[in-house]
Design a protein around this ligand. Structure first.
Ligand code: B3K
Ligand code: ZN
Length: 883
């Protein structure tokens, strides 16, 4: 297939902009179909750029009205304009002012980039390259300017007008029904952080006093009438601000901080300076409409966007190749926040589950790329699990290697040195190299080399010498464009555990005071002396590095770790590893023996009996087996999703049977009594109770149905109601259909709840699911233009319904291909995201592979594909030449 090489942007081609923009004055007159934008730019040649270069401004679907240079209206022969660019061949070689007038149509803007409308309100999204859809600009992150924005609109249509920075003026436009507000942001910023909002909005707010005693008005704006659902977001914001002061010493820097929730949004949220714009799914919460998981996501995303104020906004990226500089670091920061606010081990397990399900998957397929990619065709396709989640793991490893104190000193130095600049990964690492005196060049390979390293560990015990030796080797599979791989620097936190739980006194000088050994060669060994009895090694404690581990431990050893390891993560991991072995065996014709299954079931029973109620959230995680997708990934080739589904169902049935007494006890005794609270401890009790119900139903249909029905009817919060519906969904027949209809009835007017309802139905692992999804696309609440609806129905079908998306007849693939094409005409970013569901196609068995390939080709062959979709489809199809 043809790849348009001309469109490829390469890191090695980076050069500074030929011009700089110091000041931007924007006058935006909001109108549904003809918004007028007048941009006055203070430009000057960049001393680091080429002299005598033309001025070439980016545009995207712009309608130019006029150009004025230093007060002189430019005649047509002095510039070249198209919707995509504005070029002045011979601009002044001294500072000058350019005023450009454009007209845009927010109502027709279905791509949701630039200025668009959502629920009748005006809002914006500029990252990565949306500002060029508002006005012609040097739309690149290393051009930092101070913005003043005047927003004008009809008072009835948009009584609330918000911009970046502080509001410096407002009033009405005489003789009209229009009003205006002027916002000034004193902090120089790149264009991708620009935002404005105009509309009818309700507000909740409060004052926040910063660590140096400054007053900040913080507020959350939502659809009028939904103010009480914004309280949790506001509270999460306040806690985030305090935490960033206490843990990173970072203080907020404007007089206001506003968050606006909108219902049409391409992703989770956006960190625009002083004016974060959010997908309302990550703001609105009430016990009746949001689950515990929703509350946790809201808290994490509010924190994430707020933390960007320093890691992203005050220090931004030089170019889009450095995206992980802000995203990986900010994910790390939000994960640390959640761990401090909730439970560190439980949160760590949740992070690792996501990392494996999304990033390891990406890293093992055709869309694998380094955390800092070296080239791209469409930057929006690089807001990936690799950049975000693996990016965060790199920061975590750095902290593990250098220790918490030096990490904090390095962060302080980074912020101090790079404040107000557009930085690189090198700048980041240099701060840590400078405070520690360490050479981090080998470590920096994590940014360049794609693929998940595999660490293989073998243990040898010598009874007579009382010596225990661990032999480590590491290797990384080839990935697209990278055939050979170098050894990585892998911090391995480890310890030795005795099979009977007693303490092991052993020494090994290569393990540091924090219990960490650094594996930085292809192979290495550790020797422990004074080991009195054969130990079980507990490796990668806390998941100290984003690697796959192959351990030569028996199931018995692992179940000893489940019981005795002092590291909670590895206790969970041990049970997962045993379950994974059984599931992989059963799915690939190597069915595990009765004894093996019984060993796991009884170990889980014993574990729960002893300690489930001490930490219910943790116990719920131990009870949840690896997902079907996890098992598919572990098998890796010639996957038969039906076999995996059967295997998992059967193992759950057996565990449910063996643990039935305890599960019933938990379900009864953990029933909600008081009023709902979203805190982690309460959520943990609900999680264990609902995990118990789920396993019980897997073992005993009648009992499961009865309990689930009762719970559905009596539930006082969405977590419990949805969990019971989830269980009813696994039972075909009347019980299921009645519950589906009843749920729809209850939440007809709640779009975010109907999303859950769409998802539940899209993920039924039975024939008929695809027809159901097709039917639901006709539902009055469904809309192809709303990303949340499309993701909850079509996205969930493709990403979460393993057996039905990967149907052996290929109908799931054909369906997704046709939807991708339909969505591409409306919203390319959303279409490209859906298409990434195909990233697993090569690991399927041959029948499925050939169907998937046909479906992908049917997309690739269509004329006029967006760059977003064409980029994903061509990479998905590319043979892995790994060269
Ligand atoms: N920075 C935004 C993501 C922008 C995505 C552009 N396609 C949200 C975030 O990561 O915080
Ligand atoms: Zn981010």
């Amino acid at each position: 297939m043809r790849t348009d090489t001309a469109q490829i942007v390469r890191l090695e081609d980076y050069r500074p902009s030929d011009f700089l923009i110091d000041k931007v004055e924007l006058d935006v007159r909001l109108d549904a179909t003809a918004t007028r934008v007048t941009a006055t730019l203070s430009l000057r040649p960049n001393p680091e750029g080429r002299s005598d270069a033309p001025l070439s401004l980016d545009g995207d679907e712009l309608n130019l009205k006029s150009v004025t240079l230093d007060g002189r209206s430019l005649p047509a022969e002095e510039f070249e304009a198209s919707p995509q660019s504005l070029v002045i061949a011979q601009p002044p070689q001294h500072p000058f002012t350019l005023t450009v007038e454009t007209e845009i149509n927010p109502t027709a803007n279905t791509k949701l980039m630039g200025v668009y409308r959502s629920g009748g309100n005006y809002c914006t999204q500029c990252e990565a390259e949306g500002f060029r859809r508002i006005t012609y600009f040097l739309d690149r992150p290393d051009v930092l300017a101070v913005y003043t924005t005047r927003i004008e609109a009809d008072l009835d249509e948009a009584p609330v007008l918000l911009g970046n920075g502080n509001r410096v003026e407002s009033g009405s436009v005489e003789g009209t029904n229009r009003h205006y507000a002027v916002w000034h942001d004193p902090h120089p910023k790149p264009s991708y952080l620009f935002a404005l909002v105009g509309g009818k909005l309700g507000r909740v707010g409060k004052s926040f006093t910063t660590m140096s005693g400054r007053n900040v008005e913080i507020a959350v704006y939502v659809e009028p009438g939904k103010e009480n659902r914004a309280d949790y977001a506001l509270d999460a914001l306040e806690r985030s601000m305090r935490w960033d002061e206490q843990v990173f010493g970072r203080e907020y820097d404007l007089d206001v901080f506003n968050i606006v929730a909108v219902s049409d949004f391409n992703m989770g949220a956006m960190e625009n300076k002083g004016l974060n714009i959010f997908n309302d799914k990550y703001v609105l919460a009430s016990p009746e409409t949001a689950t515990d998981m929703d509350y946790a996501h809201i808290e994490a995303i509010i924190a994430h966007e707020y933390f960007h104020n320093w890691s992203g906004n005050r220090v931004t990226c030089r170019d889009w190749f450095q995206l992980c500089l802000k995203e990986g670091l900010t994910v790390f920061r939000d994960q640390e926040f959640s761990s401090d606010e909730r439970s560190r081990p439980v949160d760590r397990i949740a992070e690792v589950k996501t990392l494996r399900a999304r990033q390891f998957l990406e890293d093992s397929g055709p869309l694998a790329h380094p955390v800092r990619p070296s080239q791209y065709r469409e930057i929006n396709n690089f807001y990936t699990a690799t950049v975000y989640e693996k990016g965060a793991e790199i920061v975590r490893m750095l902290k593990t290697i250098i220790g918490a104190e030096d990490f904090r000193r390095g962060m302080d130095l980074y912020f101090e040195r790079c404040d107000g600049t557009a930085a690189t990964v090198e700048d980041f690492l240099k701060a840590f190299a400078d405070v520690t005196g360490r050479d981090l060049s080998h470590f920096s390979r994590w940014y360049e080399q794609a693929g998940t390293p595999r660490v293989t560990v073998k243990g040898h015990y010598d009874q007579s010498a009382r010596i225990y030796r661990l032999d480590f080797t590491q290797s990384t599979q080839p990935t697209p464009g990278q055939a050979t791989k170098e050894p990585m620097v892998i911090p391995i936190a480890l310890g030795l555990v005795a099979r009977d739980g007693s303490t092991i006194e052993a020494t090994c000088e290569r393990i540091d005071a924090r219990g960490v050994f650094i594996l930085d060669k292809a192979s290495d060994s550790l020797i422990f002396t004074g080991v009195a009895s054969p130990p079980v090694p507990s490796l990668l404690r806390g998941f100290s590095a984003p690697v796959k581990a192959s351990l030569d431990l028996s199931n018995g050893d692992l179940l000893a770790l489940l019981q005795y390891d002092s590291d909670a993560f590895n206790r969970w991991q041990a049970a997962q590893t045993v379950a994974m072995r059984l599931l992989v065996g059963a799915s690939t014709g190597a069915a595990p023996s009765e004894e093996e299954i019984d060993a796991l079931s009884s170990a889980l029973h014993a574990f729960m009996e002893q300690s489930a109620l001490q930490d219910p959230a943790f116990a719920a995680l131990v009870l949840s087996l690896p997902s079907e997708a996890d098992v598919a990934q572990e098998i890796g080739a010639n996957v038969d999703p039906d076999a995996i589904h059967r295997a998992r169902k059967e193992l759950r049935r057996r565990i449910g049977e063996v643990c039935s007494d305890l599960l019933q006890h938990f379900h009864r005794s953990l029933a909600e009594t008081g009023s709902y609270s979203p805190d982690a401890a309460s959520a943990g009790r609900r999680a264990l109770r609902n995990a118990s119900l789920d396993l019980l139903a897997a073992a005993n249909r009648d009992l499961g149905e009865r309990l689930a029905r009762e719970q559905f009817d009596s539930a006082s919060n969405m977590t419990d109601r949805l969990a019971s519906l989830n269980v009813l969904m696994t039972l075909s027949g009347e019980a299921r259909e009645t519950a589906i209809a009843r749920f729809e009835d209850l939440y007809r007017h709640e779009p975010l709840v109907l999303d859950k309802w769409f998802t539940l139905q899209a993920t039924i692992p039975e024939d008929g699911a695809l027809d159901r999804v097709r039917r639901l696309m006709e539902h009055p609440a469904f809309s192809m233009g709303n990303p949340n609806r499309v993701r909850s129905l079509v996205g969930s079908f493709a990403m979460l319904n393993q057996v039905q998306f990967n149907r052996a007849d290929g109908a799931g693939y054909d369906f997704l291909a046709s939807i991708v094409l339909a969505v591409d005409a409306i919203n390319p970013q959303l279409a490209a995201r859906l298409l990434t569901a195909f990233s697993t196609w090569r690991m399927m068995n041959e029948t499925r592979r050939s169907h998937a390939k046909k479906a992908l080709l049917s997309v690739a062959e269509k004329p006029n594909l967006s760059r977003d979709v064409s980029d994903i489809v061509s990479r998905a199809l590319e043979e892995n030449k790994a060269s």
